[in-house]
Ligand binder design. Structure first.
Ligand SMILES: [Zn+2]
Ligand SMILES: [Zn+2]
Length: 536
């Protein structure tokens, strides 16, 4: 069989792996690519998926980086079933509609922006609500440990990945030419002892493993430390009468934040008069889905719920569904905790809150999840002095907190422990869903400590696999990547600076207002170059 890596290859977003056997062609996950403009271009390149010829999708969990391109597939002729667990099915429906809404609004604001420059261009959204709605009837749900037959010669089984509600590890049993091969896709592996979620199930055998590696290079701090940091951040801005902004994914991270605030409240560490505002209609709906699937939650949460306690509720909690309510928050005096999406600050309402608070000394921006390369969230935590939001440069003066311990991903040691459960030491391991640095650290630890053969696939790489055959014999020669040639660009820049340099006298003879204008433009050019530094 052949496997093609259409995403989550040396990156964390865009998960999609197309498998082709002698009888069927299907895909695991259909994630959206998120990051800089170059990476996001891949979302438009639908031909590489060939959606009409995909028989079915199996989705490991609802996060957009695993499900967000499904509407692109229905838009381009995919009509097969989409298999997922029950909660994933429900979460996908609301997440895709929300994502379509974001795509539509972004396309229309780009059109308006161009119109202001006198340009009339037709810009289509990546997909529309109609495309997202077309996915809903295709979803077929399964429970954990219910072996199902999605296609000819394929058996599949979901196991609890402990990452977010309904998240699954996928076992695939593939019959081809009379022999059977077992593939395991880890999906995103949850952190042990995570609030709300059960611990990930361990697996002991497979012929090939495709494992996530998001935190391959580090361990998280303990939950207690994270709660203390959260309390500290709240106190910091509460005492300065400023706001605490928490960018959080609407699914799981928001609920975990509510749970954490509930715990702080029980300990008397949450000021009684601080409003906690959940500013995300999507997160409000997702929280309802969490309450609905009680049996998927961990023992501790279930017993709290049984005793009439609700760890997803707080006396200070307010919901803001409408845009008007959301806008009112910005006029609110005094301190407040605002939880809003998206978690990486690249879309959604959170951008308004950042625009109103990022420049305020005394305010806090608390990052509680993974920030992918190229996103505004990543730039802020890497120390950017200003961030461009809605075409405006906003200074970063607020206190920036990065609390890693709330992660819904296993840290390095836990990934190694999980992998250590596999008995077949000849099993090739493919590291996916991680940035190169983290993957290389994890790969060498795996080779050293566990002795597995590890491969880190490239984006668009295709491999052939067959049980019992050493991976070395199956690897295709890799295309050599051409490094980016910066010289012509830099030469052009230098020539421009030289030109200005030679015009100094002329500039000095201009009226003062023209001179200040030129100075502003030069400053802007300089600060554009400064923006490169945090990437290096
Ligand atoms: Zn995930
Ligand atoms: Zn993911």
């Amino acid at each position: 069989m052949k496997i093609k890596f259409l995403g989550a290859a040396k990156e964390v977003t865009g998960s999609c792996f197309i498998i082709e056997t002698d009888k069927t062609r299907f895909a695991i996950d259909c994630g959206m690519h998120q990051g800089n403009a170059e990476v996001e271009k891949r979302n438009g390149d639908v031909a590489v998926y060939d959606p009409k010829n995909i028989d079915f999708f199996i989705i490991t969990h609802a996060h957009i980086d695993h499900s967000g391109l499904l509407p692109r597939m229905t838009q381009n002729g995919f009509r097969g079933p989409v298999y997922a667990t029950e909660p994933t099915g429900d979460l996908i429906k609301i997440l895709l509609l929300d994502s379509a809404h974001i795509q539509e609004t972004e396309a229309s604001s780009r059109i308006k922006r161009l119109q202001r420059y006198g340009k009339h261009e037709k810009i289509l959204p990546l997909y529309t609500k109609k495309d997202a709605e077309a996915v809903c009837p295709l979803i077929k749900t399964k429970t954990y440990n219910e072996i199902f037959v999605p296609g000819n010669g394929i058996k599949a089984n979901f196991l609890d990945a402990g990452h977010i509600l309904g998240a699954a590890i996928l076992e695939l049993f593939i019959e081809e030419n009379g022999s059977s091969t077992k593939l395991v896709f880890s999906g995103d592996i949850g952190r042990c002892h995570q609030l709300l979620m059960k611990d990930p199930v361990t697996v002991s055998n497979a012929d090939f493993l495709f494992m996530e590696s998001t935190y391959g290079d580090r361990d998280h701090k303990g939950e207690e430390d994270s709660l203390n940091e959260m309390a500290e951040a709240i106190q910091y801005s509460y005492s300065r009468k400023e706001k605490i902004i928490i960018p959080a994914f609407a699914v799981e991270r928001t609920q975990e934040m509510l749970y954490s605030l509930y715990l702080l409240n029980c300990d008397g560490r949450l000021p009684k008069d601080i409003p906690v505002i959940l500013d995300s209609p999507l997160a409000i709906k997702a929280t309802e889905i969490f309450r609905h699937y009680r049996s998927y939650l961990d023992g501790e949460t279930q017993s709290l719920l049984k005793n009439g306690e609700d760890p997803l509720d707080l006396p200070q909690l307010q919901f803001s569904s409408s845009t008007e309510q959301s806008m009112q928050i910005n006029d609110m005096e005094g301190s407040a905790i605002i939880i809003s999406a998206s978690g990486m600050a690249n879309a959604g309402r959170i951008r308004h809150h950042l625009r109103h608070n990022l420049w305020r000394p005394g305010a806090s921006i608390v990052f509680v999840g993974f920030q992918a390369e190229g996103t505004p969230g990543r730039n802020i935590i890497q120390g950017a002095k200003k961030i461009r939001i809605f075409n405006e440069d906003i200074a970063v003066k607020a206190m920036i907190w990065t609390i890693g311990g709330f992660s819904a991903h296993a840290g390095q040691s836990q990934l190694l422990d999980w992998l250590g459960n596999f008995q077949n030491k000849k099993m090739p391991v493919f590291l996916i869903h991680g940035e190169t640095g983290a993957q290389e650290v994890l790969a060498s630890l795996i080779r050293q400590k566990l002795g597995f053969d590890v491969t880190i696939p490239e984006y668009m790489e295709e491999i052939r696999i067959k049980a019992g055959i050493q991976l070395e014999e199956l690897k295709q020669p890799r295309a050599v990547k051409q490094p980016v040639n910066l010289s012509p660009l830099l030469d052009e820049l230098k020539a421009k600076i030289d030109y200005i340099n030679n015009q100094t006298e002329k500039i000095q003879s201009l009226p003062e207002s023209r001179q200040t204008e030129i100075i502003e433009l030069l400053k802007k050019a300089g600060s554009n170059i400064d923006e490169i530094k945090p990437n290096l």
